[in-house]
Ligand binder design. Structure first.
Ligand code: SF4
Ligand code: SF4
Length: 335
């Protein structure tokens, strides 16, 4: 058998289905944080029909978020059960403030097919609180109940101007103390409720890069640091550009299908439109996009891919580039 691979195969960078579906069944939340990048007001699509579409497309995993998914715990448990029966892994992102022993025990039924990520954004130093102070205590209690029920828990941290100076060290210290094996960091996006005060929450490019450098030094086998951000490519962190529309699609509570929760390019509405066809048209469109001017000459372009397209489109005052890109533009090329 000829082991060589046809150039046509190598050039084909569209998957027949997304590896992951990010689905927010509902944006309602008990905390209503000002820095939340998803919350908007829209009516919800019929979630059982959306669930059928998601199961039919057979992704490797579904990330369930919100809003706060445990505000509607019966629905969330039903979704977890259906996805587990379809052989789909789930990652449930929650603020954990509504977890009680009974709910932790119900969630534990799915522990072999589910990971839980607990969102904590307040790290104290500097005195600026992003949430109601009582919510931190409630989240820590919920996290403990989940762990006591045998559920694998990771932390999710949104990096903002208010907390960047104490990260990742404060989060790593908590992870070590609570035997949490992974922390996912993402920067605040100019979307959802955060869009209105983005300048207040967004840290500057230098502070963001300094944070990435600290992450390179702070990651250990004991506490894995995950940074889903193309701009981390400027450091030694391994990146593969933005996954939106390449390996991932997003479904809003309304059923609108976009490449990412923060990128408002709608390709259709599920369940009205066929999700498989929406993925095909989305991934073809994303694959045809050209990088911003100067990015293709950038030394880290292969890893970064041009930054975050959602941030690029939401902040057009940066010449079409990611507003937090650290590289200056010289003669049309980033250096
Ligand atoms: S110039 Fe473009 S490719 Fe280079 S780091 Fe900035 S956004 Fe990424
Ligand atoms: S559009 Fe931005 S936020 Fe969304 S996956 Fe891509 S890099 Fe991440």
């Amino acid at each position: 058998m000829d082991a060589s691979i046809s150039p046509a195969v190598l050039q084909h960078d569209q998957l027949s289905a997304p590896l992951g579906v990010v689905w927010d069944p509902d944006w309602r939340c008990n905390l209503n944080c000002a820095h939340c990048s998803t919350a908007r007001n829209e009516s919800n699509a019929p979630w059982p029909s959306v669930l059928n579409e998601v199961s039919a497309i057979r992704p490797f995993f579904v990330s369930l978020g919100g809003g706060e998914p445990l505000l509607f715990s019966d629905r969330t448990l039903t979704i977890l059960e259906a996805l587990a029966l379809s052989g789909v892994m789930t990652n449930l992102t929650t603020n954990a403030t509504l977890v009680d022993p009974k709910l932790a025990a119900k969630l534990a039924v799915f522990r072999s097919s589910m990971k839980v990520t607990v969102s904590i954004d307040d790290w104290g130093a500097g005195g600026v609180m992003l949430r109601d102070p009582d919510s931190r205590h409630a989240a820590m209690r919920g996290l403990e109940l989940l762990q006591n029920a045998g559920i694998a828990v990771a932390l999710a941290v949104v990096v903002t101007r208010q907390n960047v100076s104490v990260l990742p060290d404060s989060a790593i210290a908590l992870a070590r103390e609570r035997a949490i094996g992974a922390i996912k960091f993402s920067r605040v996006k100019p979307a959802g409720r955060a869009a209105a005060q983005f300048a207040e929450f967004c840290c500057d490019a230098a502070a963001l890069q300094a944070f990435f450098e600290r992450c390179v030094k702070g990651s250990t086998p004991e506490v894995r640091l995950e940074i889903a951000d193309p701009l981390a490519a400027s450091t030694a962190l391994q990146m593969a550009g933005c996954p939106a529309g390449r390996t991932m699609l997003y479904i809003a509570p309304s059923g609108h299908v976009t490449p990412c929760a923060f990128w408002g390019r709608t390709f259709g509405v599920t369940p009205r439109d066929d999700l498989q066809e929406l993925w095909a048209s989305m991934s073809a469109w994303v694959a045809a996009q050209r990088p911003p001017a100067g990015c293709d000459m950038c030394p880290v372009f292969a890893a970064c891919g041009g930054g975050c397209p959602a941030a690029r489109e939401a902040c057009p005052g940066f010449g079409g580039r990611d507003p937090q890109c650290p590289r200056p533009v010289r003669d049309g090329a980033a250096s």
